[in-house]
Design a protein around this ligand. Sequence first.
Ligand code: SF4
Length: 751
Amino acid sequence: MTDTATDRTVYRTCPLCEATCGLEISIRDGKVARIRGDRDDVFSSGFICPKGSSLKQLHDDPDRLRKPVVRRGIDADGAPVFEEVEWDEAWEVVAEKLTSVRAAHGTESVGVYLGNPAAHLLSASTHLRQMVKALGSHTRFSASTVDQMPRHVASGHLYGGGLIIPIPDIERTDLLVMIGANPFESNGSICTAPGFPDRIDAMRERGARVVVIDPRRTPTAEHADQHLAIKPGTDAVLLAAMMNHLFNVGSVNPAHLASIVDGLDELPAALAGMTPETAADVTGVDADAIRALAEEIADADSAAIYGRIGTCTVEFGTLTTWLIDVLSIVTGNLDRPGGSMFTSPASERVRPPSEGRPYKIGRFTSRVNNRPEVQGEFPVADLPDEILTPGEGQLRMMVTFAGNPVLSCPDGVRMDQAFSDLEAMISFDIYINETTRHADVILPPPGSLEKSHYDISFYSFGVRNIANYSPAVFDHDGPSEDDILAKFTLIAMGMGTDVDPAVVHDQLVRGLLEGEVRSDHSPVAGRDVDELVAMVEGPTGSDRVLDAMLRTGPYGDGFGSEPDGLSLAKLLRNPHGIDLGPLVPRLPGVLKSPANRINLWAGPFRDELDRLRARVHEWAEEPRLRLVGRRHVRSNNSWMHNLEVLVKGKERCTLQVHPDDARRFGLVEGGQAEIKSRVGKVVAPVEVTDLVMKGVVSLPHGWGHSMPGAKLEVAGRYAGINTNILTDPAMIDPMSGNAVLNAIPVEVAPA
Ligand code: SF4
């Protein structure tokens, strides 16, 4: 901070997406006067997208809840009526609802849904696990089974941990192949790289090549050297054919990986029949182009293959993700500069290589559809079934945290119906949205500028190793976010509403340090815990946990043993962040798999390849249109549509359709189309464009803000269409439980 308390400039990491851009925020008369990119930020160097500067509008949004609200019934139109209350009253309602539902139906009748913003919140990173544990129910869901669980499951089987994820080393690569990823709009996902567009430009300037594989000619594809338009959902076939070709021409060379990878010899047989010609029929990508790209990857000095949303939100999401990594392995591009590497985050624990153990899923199964748990949760596509199907363990209460599954999850109509069937619901949210309108009580956290920030999650997926801490910009008139989480935790543990939330903060700090002093490899091994606890600094409980993490992490000050090392205090002295260097090779030490080896067949991938082979023949015959989603740089799933500055202008919620398909189905630019899937139908304005390939139509996701009772005045005026009325909960990636949001079979007709 500089200047006086009312006129000052502060530097802050944007918490809105995974890019972690540095912001320079000018405060005049106690209000945000201007937000622009922080040119001195060590990671983003001044880059900012339109959402970043909208933090001012978000802070000022009159619809943002500042105090808890409690539902007091419904009005004459059937819309819920909420009343603002003080926190004490809200906590009494929370305690009463939890107690009564548990007493009537048992602990398992209370389910949890964690939305995507939870991953961006410091308090959620430090306190949410404890809160969910206190609820005691196994019926947990999150946005992870909407868009990324295949990445975790593939990593789990290959490397022994769902969070051990290779990141494309875009700063040094000679060839970047992006599949189903559009970082020009998303700004990167599971690949933290602020200013992604500038980085791609820089990459091309130094002679690297960029290839994009996507059914749409996205802005990313338009900036690439090559765009291969692929039929949605068929990436696995393309990747299998590329690898098959490399084996056939003898271009497989795992190089430094050969000594730690098992199962390479079995790959050729497992890929049998997956030829470039077969793949061309199914994917729409020319067989020669498939061969050429495979050879280019094999021959490049370094190549990074990066798959994202389009590769995860499909029926073979986990297999596709596995194939991406295996292609990286057989070409020697995993864990080498310019390839795909593992980040070394400052919050990581310093531990010796363990013996490892097999990655486990299915430690328990879901009640209704008998689905295995994956990473401790069930597919969110099954959430309505768990609420609407009677029987022991039926969900009668939901706790939702920063999420709007009615708009963001499959079969939105049934999801909405399910939430209205609950006996009780508690939501942590800043808005009364399409989902939280069903809640009995909504607990609003402080606004984005009223709390400290450190991206524990996304610095773990950075293209560089970075640490950057942002203190709160404004004071908050209410409890801090970690106090809210801690208080809820204590109530869920049955300790009443009067307990001091600091109990939880202290326990988290102490628990972390007790683990550290017991570990021989920790920089504080053998030291006195009380002494360390007394040295921990930070204005909130989460900040204190973070301080303890950083100081005992790989770059930490070791509570004095490395005086120049990292601590919260050091980050406060460096408001533009600290660059901890480029990615470094980490194999085999980063592995948690048995014997610290990469076994390609640790998961049921052979069976999945057989299942894919069977589908190839169906797909080749498949004449139907496929629906895909799309991203826009001014949108962030569903939750930022209440900011006029982001949603005004040309209608964005349109059905994109190729000119040939428009003629075929009688659709005209600006007209209306009815889009029908197995589970629902919607009507959307038509945009005729060759940005989508033939046979593909596209609707953006996160829209549909027209439900009674939601208090989103601006979003209501730009309501758009909920594409998840069309997505089918019966279609999931069986290995991960991830929803299938892309490649949905649909029919279209003039409305
Ligand atoms: S790209 Fe993401 S982190 Fe950067 S300003 Fe935009 S929303 Fe914020």
